[in-house]
Design a binder for this molecule. Structure first.
Ligand SMILES: *Cc1c(COP(=O)(O)O)cnc(C)c1O
Length: 477
């Protein structure tokens, strides 16, 4: 399997790259995102063979369709070490939780940082370590976080050979739980840099450092952001797993509702559907930051400025533009890289918006996409109702999903709502909705008294050179 860029011109289409080449990269050199040259088709016999496999073996089967430059035995070992009951608390890894008839949550947030990003990031940690050892190289991961991504990256990379993490976060602005999770890690290869500024300052610093190509090369700077193809690929697995858990035969169809921000999670659902998994609809659920809902209702994609990007009680979906959306557009537009480039490079960068034609928009339904928006008052009602009727505490992002899912139920089609975080991570809103504190998951060691642990972090001014200087001094440890 080879990979091409969503902005690929004829030249790069004829020079596609292998999985291991793009694993440690972010964007393609032309500014596009990597996608496989085609989606392997999974037939009925293969679905039957996969049904009932343990999660890690299913992961191996799916990954090996897309990765042909890692020996099979090694890949099998990597998936077996990644998806274990010890890490995810349950043999099924992503078990279903029944709600009303025909509706389930699929639990993706049972990993170490209580959010679905662990599903992919834990695999990425093992793939990075493997590939760096094979090449005899080192990597310094530089990232910015306001919460979920940074902690998932640190828990995936902690103690890994050849990898260091330098994670910038806005000083004093993360939730106490998120801060304690990151700052209490004792591992020497994890560096928490608390920047005196807001999240955008952190992100600007990461961009400035990454744009300094000499510095980037000399100090082997890399990223783990959500546009990484390996992260997306890891997420494809739980669409198959959820389908097998919810159905008895391949004649049945299911729909998935996905709480969305950067379009990374639901884009994996799109890939699963393109492979032939019997998915009826992919329901995109947004919060007040409804860039994606607007597109799926109108065909207009309009990114937002910071004044129009709201801070909400489902903060991991507070985005102004959906960085993985370009991947779906590439498929929608018949894999026409020049057209994608003109939309994302010319129109978005110059005017901040584009509109697809009526003919192009008419094709969206054929890909199964529909959407909806949920807001703070919806979250409160949904969290309270779910607790009262089913005795289940759900988090704010999952509540957005469940609210929108119920607007798209179809008779005879099971609905799976992806649970993207545990309630314990967003306790304030849970208390607001139910008057009770959410429980912390018992299968994850070290959560009791987390906030009282010693913290390791360095406060730095919002200054590119100070951050570079820190990296320079600590990238040989
Ligand atoms: C990151 C995140 C999302 C959004 O996922 P995307 O892939 O960016 O669409 C939703 N919920 C939670 C809890 C998250 O951490």
């Amino acid at each position: 399997m080879k990979y091409i860029s969503t902005r690929a011109d004829a030249a790069s289409q004829t020079n596609p790259r292998g999985f291991s080449e793009i694993l440690l990269e972010g964007l393609a050199p032309d500014g596009g995102l990597y996608l496989p040259t085609h989606y392997p088709h999974v037939d009925d016999a293969t679905l039957n063979r996969w049904r009932g496999l343990p999660y890690h073996e299913l992961a191996f089967e799916i990954l090996s369709l897309y990765i042909d430059d890692i020996p099979k035995a090694d890949l099998r070992d990597i998936t077996a070490r990644t998806y274990t009951k010890a890490v995810y608390g349950f043999e099924a890894i992503t078990p279903l939780k029944p709600l009303e008839s025909g509706v389930y949550l699929e639990a993706l947030s049972n990993g170490p940082t209580l959010a679905f990003k662990d599903m992919a990031m834990q695999l990425l940690g093992n793939l990075f370590e493997y590939e760096l050892r094979r090449r005899g190289e080192q990597l310094n991961i530089l990232g910015a976080t306001s919460g979920d991504t940074g902690s998932a990256a640190e828990y995936a990379m902690r103690g890994k050979q050849g990898v260091r993490v330098f994670m910038l976060s806005p000083h004093g602005r993360m939730s106490p739980f998120q801060q304690a999770q990151m700052f209490s890690l004792p591992d020497a290869n994890i560096h928490n840099l608390a920047v005196e500024g807001v999240f955008d300052d952190c992100q600007d610093i990461v961009k400035a450092v990454s744009n300094d190509l000499d510095f980037k090369r000399q100090y082997k700077i890399g990223t783990v952001n959500s546009i990484n193809w390996a992260r997306l690929l890891a997420q494809v697995v739980y669409y198959f797993a959820g389908y097998f858990y919810a159905t008895k035969s391949n004649a049945e169809k299911v729909s998935f509702t996905v709480p969305s921000g950067n379009f990374g999670n639901v884009c994996a659902g799109h890939v699963a559907r393109m492979m032939g998994l019997p998915i009826e609809q992919l329901v995109v659920a947004t919060n007040e930051n409804n860039v994606l809902d607007e597109f799926f209702r109108t065909g207009s994609y309009r990114v937002r400025g910071s004044a129009e990007t709201f801070e909400t009680s489902s903060p991991s979906m507070d985005i102004s533009k959906a960085s993985n959306f370009e991947r779906f557009m590439f498929d929608l537009l018949g894999r026409d890289g020049a057209r994608v480039k003109s939309l994302f490079k010319d129109e978005i960068e110059q005017r901040g918006e584009f509109h697809v034609s009526a003919a192009e928009f008419a094709k969206v339904a054929g890909y199964g996409f529909v959407s909806g928006t949920s807001q703070h008052s919806d979250r409160l009602v949904t969290i309270k109702d779910t607790f009262e009727r089913f005795g289940l505490m759900i988090d704010t992002h999952t509540a957005d999903g469940l609210k929108v899912a119920r607007e798209h139920l179809k008779p005879g089609v099971t609905m799976l709502v992806l649970e993207t975080a545990l309630a314990a991570k967003f306790a304030d809103t849970i208390v607001e909705a139910t008057g009770r504190q959410p429980e912390r998951p018992h299968w994850i060691a070290g959560l009791e008294g987390l906030e009282d642990r010693p913290k390791r972090f360095t406060v730095l001014p919002a200054d590119v050179d100070m951050v570079k200087d820190y990296v320079t001094r600590h990238c040989q440890d």
